[in-house]
Ligand binder design. Sequence first.
Ligand code: SF4
Length: 468
Amino acid sequence: MKVQSPLEVYNYLPGTNCKECGEETCMAFASKLIDRSKSLDLCKEILDDSYKEEYEKLKEMLSPEIKEIIIGIGDKAVHVGGEDVLYRHQLTFYNQPPFAYDVTDVMDEKEITERVNFVSNYKKFYVGSFLRLDMIAIRSVSDDPKKFAECVKKVKDLTELPLILMSFNPDVLEAGLEVVKDKRPLVYAANEDNWQKVAELIDKYKVPVVLFSPDLDKLASLAKTFVEMGMNELILDPGTYPSGKQLMSTFERFIKLRRSAIKDGNKDVAFPIIGIPAIASLVSKGKDELEQAISESILTILETIKYGDLLVFHNIAPYVILPAIHLRFNIYTDPRSPVRVEPGLFEMGTPDENSPLFLTTNFALTYFTVKSDLESNNINSYLLVVDSDGICVEASVAGGQLNPGKIKEAIEATKAKEKIKHNTLVLPGLAARLSGSTEDETGMKVLVGPTDSGRIAKWMEDHWQTKA
Ligand code: SF4
């Protein structure tokens, strides 16, 4: 995106403050366009012919440096690429790389069904949300169009996840495309040998395509050719190689491509990059299982950090998946907005009117730590979670996001006082300095709890029997 300030965007908006976009003013809408929480088409006025020039200019200004490609349809569709920066601390990364897992057209029906169901149903709870897997990559091993089409049909009947059709044989690709042409699959791949035939398919089926070449000049030239032919939904594969010097050169090519697109403004390569960590397991068949897993994991780490926008895996062992999805989550969390949970009053265990009422903030890590400490110690209690803009206790006390006024509001909104008869609120130890002013503001007796919720059981022994 070529703009940083809302004013630059505002200058091209109609400026009537008509509110139809859902914002009070055009300037507020401009801010939402920059952080991508709203899209330009929500301003109906700018769609009018009289604003054609401004509309085109804004579209160009607001488009990300790396093109965003959508694969699949409906709720499960994935957004690939669309990034603006090389380093997350410069802004944020917007679209976490979808993780695809392979099946092949030589697997038997049982294995295909098990793998597809495993990937489709996988979920892991982590700081307030579920981490999931995103796509199925169908590889042609038989090189037989009929076999491939049958496999694609099986997978299509099993899942709504977006698909990648993988073969360098255009006849095989076409057989698969015929089966899922209404599902917007990704085609993998065109290379320097087959590109003309694959281009014909892409033109016919209007789907995104991967271009493959480990030679970056050839890759750029392929991309330029496709764009000149009117096809710009491209993803680039500079080649993934699992070991030795080739592993190092894999890493270098990913970095060179992204730097060239963002730092040097090279439009020919300003497309998402696909990485194939699955290669590690596929080329080392027969090797020790753990060795394969380690090799696939190393590629996953490298390509998640720099700069894979879509990754294809083979290994579905938990010790390969778990680190990968956690790494992705942490890299693609917006550093400008803390991970938060909904504020409110929550029951821990089976509390009654004599149970303690604890308070914490809605920073997700704090909330889940306190919740876990209360539950694992079987402390039946109420937990009042105050909206601190997702900031932890100590920082929100210092910054004023947690204050007696907010605490009073939260008590009233949740009717917390009506749940207990002792009229006592337990503040976290790190909010001790709010205790006096909170008593004044809320009319409740305030106790100061431990600074670490891990010591809450001991604190209960020392301070709470008297309340029951
Ligand atoms: S709809 Fe357009 S003109 Fe109206 S307030 Fe929003 S940005 Fe401004």
